[in-house]
Design a protein around this ligand. Structure first.
Ligand code: SF4
Ligand code: SF4
Length: 407
């Protein structure tokens, strides 16, 4: 049977597995194609029938069609009463106060419901929170709670640790949603942020439990060897989910699902998802797998961004992230992403390869990990910024920037 955990300070029971509606199956198989309505409907309702009681959507998911899909198809035939619906205010699109109410009303109408159970400010960090404060978001949140059109208020987070604490302290939140997985224990909010939110009686919802899918599929060989040596055989996904469920501070784990076998596996794991669901031997296996992953990392960058901004416009944490992904997962996508974000689709339309470093050393004075950033750039140049990559980027740049199509 599905496990449920209580939202702190309430009697509200939430399934430990929440259904993320950002990666629904599509006709084309890609993220951008039209939603495969029949398949998506069957998958979501199967999960609800098996005990999932939380659906998570957002304004930009499926180019705005995820919310309408829920309203037009899923939340009918008695299914609305079986689930909590979560939606998010796209803070990144808001530039005037009136727009907040406008978007909120539109979301309710797309979802065809009068009450959004769980409403989040989408993707906050320090500057985004400051912007929303300046647009009077706090009176708005009080208002929608008071009028009963939102039951629980929260935020999702992609920022620095100290920004997380400031946001938690800035409002009477019911819950937060943070990125957390075996590799990101100390990334963004991290375990310290999770503990802090739990200490403030907030629900803690986890996103990216599989790090966007990088923790499943083909494993780095040494990691696979550790899992193979365990007395109990589990998929990488199961190890990763169990590691999170083992935390009593976690209320729910969200997963964007679109394959029947993944849904089946996730539902099965959620049936055993109790805090303390790992034995000491299993915890040891996971800490060895984690250490091995981290050993494969080329640079011990945590992505904290204390080194930023760089006067040469280099996105230092992003460059190190792609370098590490390249070595841990052997995925060519890392090279493509680096080319895109450092060489093509930059804020000013100009390339900011690591070779444009001015050698000022400012970044290294601020790095809490004492990383010799300039020295480590040699690895980025070697693996991600070869002549072919730079040539391709310079050919694509005028075209992409002319169309203004920064992804
Ligand atoms: S040393 Fe290079 S990377 Fe570091 S802040 Fe200066 S210009 Fe940027
Ligand atoms: S290089 Fe250092 S300061 Fe910059 S993001 Fe990484 S760990 Fe943080």
């Amino acid at each position: 049977m599905m496990q449920y955990r209580t939202l702190p300070g309430t009697e509200e029971k939430l399934s430990v597995l929440g259904y993320g509606c950002m990666r629904l199956p599509t006709k084309s198989g890609g993220m951008m194609g039209a939603i495969d309505k029949d398949l998506a409907l069957k998958q979501i309702r199967t999960a609800i029938d098996r005990g999932v009681n939380y659906l998570d959507t957002a304004w930009p998911y499926h180019r705005g069609l995820s919310e309408s899909f829920l309203g037009d198809y899923v939340l009918k035939d008695g299914y609305r009463e079986k689930v909590n619906v979560a939606d998010k205010l796209p803070c990144f699109l808001i530039n005037r106060k009136e727009k907040i109410r406008e978007i909120f009303e539109k979301q309710k109408s797309k979802l065809k419901i009068d009450v959004i159970d769980y409403y989040l400010l989408h993707s906050l960090n320090g500057p985004m929170w400051d912007k929303m404060l300046s647009l009077d978001i706090i009176p708005f949140m009080d208002e929608i709670r008071k009028e009963g059109s939102v039951r629980k208020m929260g935020f999702s987070f992609h920022g620095k640790p100290e920004e997380f604490k400031r946001i938690v302290d800035g409002y009477d939140w019911d819950f937060c949603q943070v990125q957390y997985n075996i590799l990101d224990e100390n990334y963004q909010a991290g375990i310290d942020g999770i503990n802090y939110a739990a200490s403030q009686n907030m629900g803690v919802f986890i996103m990216e439990p599989l790090r966007g899918g990088s923790l499943v599929g083909k494993m780095p060989g040494p990691v696979q060897k550790i899992y193979d040596g365990a007395s109990v055989k589990r998929s990488a996904a199961e190890w990763a989910f169990r590691w999170i469920y083992n935390h009593p501070q976690v209320t729910m784990v969200l997963s964007g699902m679109n394959r029947d076998d993944h849904i089946e596996e996730n539902l099965r794991i959620a049936e055993e998802a109790l805090p303390g669901c790992l034995s000491p031997e299993e915890e040891d296996i996971l800490s060895r797998a984690r250490e091995t992953y981290l050993d494969l990392m080329q640079v011990g960058c945590t992505g904290c961004a204390y080194c930023m901004p760089c006067p040469a416009g280099i996105d230092i944490p992003a460059a190190f992230k792609q370098l590490n992904n390249f070595h841990m997962f052997g995925k060519t996508e890392s090279r493509v992403f680096h080319m895109l974000y450092s060489g093509i689709s930059t804020n000013d339309g100009k390339p900011h390869w690591t070779r444009s470093c001015l050698d000022c050393g400012k970044c290294e004075n601020h790095c809490p990990q004492n990383i010799e950033i300039r020295k480590e750039f040699a690895k980025v140049r070697r693996d991600l910024e070869g002549p072919g990559v730079r040539l391709l980027a310079s050919a694509a740049r005028p075209f992409v920037n002319r169309r203004g199509s920064r992804p």
